[in-house]
Design a protein around this ligand. Structure first.
Ligand code: AMP
Length: 304
């Protein structure tokens, strides 16, 4: 595995999840947690985040055992970030019932010196002001990707606009794309959002896969059809982590690399949905990922 070149910032959280299969409380989650587990299959990501006194030490140990550099995760006085979401029966639509920033409210990210030279950066879903603060400390990155969600699109529109001007790749879901562009049609919304700054755009569509757009091309990658869909929380963050992890490992940003990265990201994200929280992702081995990647490829190209 190559030396780490991917920096991830995002939330580390306790999630309360109301799922069709039951109510789950204090589930360890957060955008950085999911992205780091997913990226750890391809590189040794460095994480910048803050947790409270209540965050479980074993989760940090688990990340470290998977090669994640956790030295940029600050443990602050107070409570860890909390999110409460309720899913509809079809697991497609979800409502945020509560968001508590807690230790994130006063977080001033300070990158360890060794993190400032990271060529690949994933600004995971978190307050756009924090995304900007981290980005300002990174020296000449090669690819900066950002994720966000409706909470910030409606609540921090101006700051998010600043983020969009500074990034290469935006990764959001279809609902967020429509909200950001104010346009329902996906192709036209994608063009409008590319006009806001990012050179590349990935639109995640849950069980319907993902679309990719840049100035020259667009393409589609399907989702792996699962038999047991349990909890989609973090699937988007896992997708982003695997995408960036794969690109960081490969070190190339051409069309072929991007297509392979999308295929890889779609595969890794599917595992996330098979269990509550990070359980499945954290236990995943490379051979299982490779097998499912081949299965997905065979579904798309049955004759190969
Ligand atoms: P996803 O399902 O990929 O959108 O990611 C869900 C994860 O994002 C959960 O584990 C939450 O803890 C985290 N999350 C939810 N809302 C926010 C927010 N406003 N800022 C940062 N992270 C969030």
């Amino acid at each position: 595995m190559p030396a780490s070149s991917l920096l991830i910032i995002g939330s580390m959280a306790f999630d309360d999840l109301d799922l069709p299969s039951g109510e789950f409380r204090d589930v360890v989650g957060g955008s950085a947690t999911y992205s780091a587990f997913a990226a750890s299959h391809f590189t040794e990501p460095r994480v910048v985040a803050v947790v409270g006194e209540d965050f479980p030490e074993p989760t940090l140990g688990e990340l470290a055992r998977r090669g994640v550099d956790v030295s940029g995760i600050e443990r602050a006085r107070g409570k860890t970030f909390r999110w409460w979401g309720r899913y509809a029966k079809d697991l497609v639509s979800r409502t945020t019932l509560d968001t508590q920033l807690n230790v994130f409210a006063d977080f001033k990210p300070k990158l360890p010196q060794s993190f400032t030279q990271s060529p690949y950066v994933l600004l995971g879903n978190i307050h756009p002001a924090l995304q900007l603060e981290v980005l300002a400390q990174v020296k000449s990155p090669r690819l900066v990707a950002a994720d966000t969600m409706n909470f910030w699109i409606s609540g921090e529109r101006a700051l998010l606009g600043e983020v969009l001007k500074k990034i290469d790749l935006l990764i959001i879901n279809d609902e967020e794309l429509r909200e950001l562009a104010g346009i329902h049609n996906l192709r036209r919304a994608a063009r409008a959002v590319l006009g806001m700054g990012p050179k590349r755009l990935v639109v995640k569509r849950g069980e319907f896969g993902a679309l990719y757009f840049d100035a020259d091309e667009s393409c589609f990658v399907p989702a792996y059809p699962l038999e047991d869909e349990v909890d989609p929380t973090g699937a988007g963050d896992s997708f982003a982590g695997a995408l960036l992890g794969y690109l960081a490992q490969r070190g190339v940003l051409d069309r072929a690399a991007m297509r392979q990265a999308l295929h890889t990201a779609s595969t890794v994200a599917s595992f996330c949905v098979e269990a509550v929280g990070t359980k499945r992702l954290a236990a995943l081995d490379h051979a299982t990922v490779r097998t499912r990647m081949s299965e997905l490829r065979a579904l798309v190209h049955p004759g190969d």
